[in-house]
Design a protein around this ligand. Sequence first.
Ligand SMILES: [Zn+2]
Length: 431
Amino acid sequence: MDILLKNAQIITLNENDDIIREGSIGIRGNKIDHIGSGEQDSDTGYSKVIDCKGRTVMPGFVNAHNHLAMTLFRNYADDMNLMDWLFKKIFPLEDKLTEDAVYWASLLAMVEMIKSGTTTFSDMYFFMEETARATSESGMRAVLSRGLQGESGEEGIDYRLRENLELFDKYHNSFNERIKVMLGPHSVYTCGEPYLKKVAAKSRERGIPIQIHLSETGEEVKNCINKYGKSPVKHLDSLGLLNEGTVAAHCVAVDDSDIDILAARKVNVVHNPGSNMKLASGAAPIVKMLGRGINICLGTDGASSNNNLDMLEEMRMAAYLQKVHTGDPSALPVNEVMRMATAGGAEALGFESTGSLEEGKTADIIVLNTKKAHYYPKYNIKSAIVYSGSSADVETVIIDGSLVMEGGCLVTLDEERILYETQKWASKLTE
Ligand SMILES: [Zn+2]
């Protein structure tokens, strides 16, 4: 379907950061073939024309760190520290999960993400074939990883790595390259050294980037130093796991020498302010890392440590947290945080053809209704979206040139059925 968005205010997030006061975007196939101000000469040739009067159009959000199926544990165990929450509440429940549960929970996350303007996500979990199936159905763009855990390189635990490699062979660059696959070693505290070495070797051999939780808490760092004599960043670096394609979530408890390594290896860092605040993990030194030229992107983390997948809210929390953390109200300004939530994530996940609105780029686009009281009077539209916007303002979502939500109605997913099935699963898991 060729789509024309007309009469729109357009936040391009291109190199010049152009904002078009009133213009149009033409989409042919999955590409943006025209973007500009003023009236489009003619509507003809487009099978679908959407009048965006009073609306603002911008690139879709990229949620660069998530565990989709953890939507099933949303509001199940709150107000706990990371290790107690993980080992006492979450891991026992995860043992009861089935393929069907993960399928429906993944779809639940996708309903929430699409409705709040996210077009791309990165996921690390298990039964990932089910998430791949859900992704293909929803039309979303994704990086998928099988979460890897294990103490040694022995046979018994190799099935996880094998599943991750099978996922890569089957789904990498599938569905018009909407799906990519990475390796997903969970963390230094759930993966032993021989196991991480094995993952590093596979990553090099097959050219598959990795994503990992890294230095999420002070406790993780302390335990790692006790066990290996070095910080998690230095430990992973010594094992060859940090390089240009690596996506490291959190990086809260990192010192200057860790930051030097992350910068030198060109690691992508995912900031998860909501999860870090809720679990009292601390504030990642984002301003410092940005100053060192590290690509920072934004993620919500799983829905049970956030507890939603709302990237608009995440942008605001990121900005506020850095201001409090540095004592400087000019820290992490609007332009920077919006770039993290879009182009930063696209770059980290290898979807460089998305993340900004430019001719020739892939059409991952959202339309927000900005003709609402909380956007008035109008000064700076980017400030208005970050500081006063709401995910409920997202009306229309286009991914890979296809409409997945139009005027608030989901096109690809049956929301009613998904809510029913996930509630059924939640009752079954906790009975
Ligand atoms: Zn996580």
